[in-house]
Design a protein around this ligand. Sequence first.
Ligand SMILES: [Zn+2]
Ligand SMILES: [Zn+2]
Length: 82
Amino acid sequence: MCAVCKKRVYPMEGLIADKKKFHKSCFLCEHCKNKLSLGNFVSLHGHLYCQPHYKQLFKSKGNFEDGFVQGSQRELLATHTA
Ligand SMILES: [Zn+2]
Ligand SMILES: [Zn+2]
């Protein structure tokens, strides 16, 4: 079965990526719908993305390197109550 459309995949029209079968026509970036190649795709929780969009969509959410650090760098001000 195709992991995207759940229809049967015949060997001639399919490919295997991430241990799942796909129709060649279903092997698309979920974001831009461009066709993916086996050397240029990212599979995340069953969703497929091209590498540029994977980076664009998940870079900011997936780690704390961008954006987050700047906002959290507060100086701890000692309060002098003397
Ligand atoms: Zn399909
Ligand atoms: Zn894309």
